[in-house]
Design a protein around this ligand. Structure first.
Ligand code: HAM
Length: 419
């Protein structure tokens, strides 16, 4: 084939639509159960929005964004690599905070990151995300974590693990950055090549390096939680208590850091062992400074995003979500005997559709036998057979595919029999 889908992208073919609808419909249902409303920001945004929010020294901004020239003046545009910043931008641009300061929003849609493709990692992928803007309440952190877990549970998944940590506020982080560098200086030559670069650029990312040697080095480092300021400590204690009170199991992971600069205090990830190296199904946390950073008021916020391709990988490995009832099945197939009866059948077909009855007919010049075989393959409930005789009498033959029974009825009576 001369043309293929670009590397790192995939076509979602009709056979996969039921499972996609299953994850999307469940997402809408669960988010709305928790009082979140849907928002749909554009696919591309001003590049500065992402540089400013995600952070200039992060992997995403440094090497993973699809960026191109925008308007004549040379503004720079980027395909969204995440949706937290676009949602905050929309919240501020449309003054949603003036209407009601506290807003709970969710989204579903595609994102783009120029990463090296592998299992569970593509260049175009989809997320379900929530952003709750306008509150510093520690119980909100618990709510968003709970929402993500209930989503997975509703889908029928198990075996997932919740890891949490606190990344503190900029004050604790600045202090800890120096401590980290000091404690890591001696071991720097033993770090992997990537971490040697991270040492100056983004020393926190060394903490979650998957390399065994780096892992062993960092386990000996005093964890950030020991350096949190009182406010961050109190907040984390409230979140931990909230999780315990609600019987939400979690692992306190001092290695957990996230690849975005906007996080403050609570951060979390939900992983699943089926996924292998790219095992994160969900990532999120609190970001109390982002709204002000993007020109808005000082308000707290928390959210997460779930990767839908990864969720589907896990569902498929468990044979779940294959039969979503909401995919419309054809109810009626119209089989026409001979070319001259097709317009008669076609008019009937459209009348059925106008009454919300899913119906179809043949457009490939099939024999009547082949049309019946096709109806069988499509698993329709009824076949309406129209031949020259029926056309003259303004009748049809109605065949129930279940019982195999066939009867001739007047054209007008069809709609009473098929509902
Ligand atoms: P993130 O951790 O970058 O967070 O992405 C969230 C989830 O998206 C990941 O856990 C993973 O399931 C999926 N994902 C990420 N990259 C890829 C990829 N290349 N291919 C397939 N799936 C992928 C965020 O995006 C933050 N905006 C989350 C957030 C919302 N934090 C607060 N609010």
């Amino acid at each position: 084939m001369p043309y293929k889908a670009p590397r790192g992208t995939q076509d979602i073919l009709p056979g996969k639509i039921p499972i996609w609808r299953y994850v999307e419909n469940t997402a809408r249902r669960v988010c709305e159960l928790y009082g979140y409303q849907e928002i749909r920001p554009p696919i591309f945004e001003d590049t500065n929005l992402f540089t400013r929010s995600i952070g200039a020294g992060t992997d995403i901004v440094e090497k993973e964004m699809y960026t191109f020239k925008g308007e004549k003046g040379g503004t720079s545009i980027t395909l969204r690599p995440e949706l937290t910043a676009p949602v905050v931008r929309a919240y501020l641009e449309h003054h949603l905070h003036k209407d009601k300061k506290f807003q709970k929003l969710y989204y579903l849609g595609p994102l783009f990151r120029h990463e090296r493709p592998q299992k569970g990692r593509t260049r175009q992928f989809h997320q379900l995300g929530v952003e709750a803007l306008g509150s510093y309440d520690a119980l909100l952190d618990v709510e968003v974590i709970d929402l993500a877990l209930i989503y997975f549970k509703t889908l029928g998944l198990d075996d997932y693990k919740l890891k949490i940590n606190s990344i503190g506020c900029p004050t604790c982080r600045t202090k800890y950055r120096d401590i980290l560098k000091r404690e890591l200086t001696k071991s720097k030559p033993q770090l992997c090549e990537d971490c040697k670069k991270r040492f100056d650029r983004n020393v926190f990312r060394i903490l979650d390096c998957k390399n065994q040697r780096c892992y062993e080095i960092t386990t000996k480092i005093t964890p950030l939680k020991d350096y949190l300021c009182q406010d961050c400590k109190d907040h984390f204690a409230k979140v931990s208590k909230g999780l315990q009170d609600n019987k939400i199991e979690y692992i306190l992971d001092p290695h957990l850091v996230r690849g975005f600069d906007y996080y403050t205090k609570t951060i979390f990830e939900i992983t699943h062992p089926v996924l292998g190296a790219q095992d994160a199904l969900c990532g999120g946390g609190r970001y109390d400074n982002l709204v002000a950073e993007l020109g808005g008021p000082e308000i707290g916020a928390a959210g997460f995003a779930i990767g839908l391709e990864r969720t589907i990988l896990v569902l498929e490995s468990k044979n779940l979500g294959q039969a979503d009832k909401e995919v419309d099945k054809l109810k009626v197939f119209i089989a026409a005997i001979g070319e001259n009866t097709r317009p008669y059948g076609f008019r009937l077909l459209n009348e059925l559709r106008r009454r919300n009855i899913a119906a179809d007919m043949d457009y490939e010049d099939r024999s009547i036998k082949a049309q019946m075989r096709l109806a069988d393959k499509l698993k329709t409930e009824y076949v309406i057979i129209v031949g020259p005789e029926e056309m003259n009498k303004q009748t049809v033959k109605l065949k129930s595919m279940d019982s195999g029974q066939e009867k001739e009825i007047s054209r007008q009576n069809i709609f009473d029999l098929i509902t």
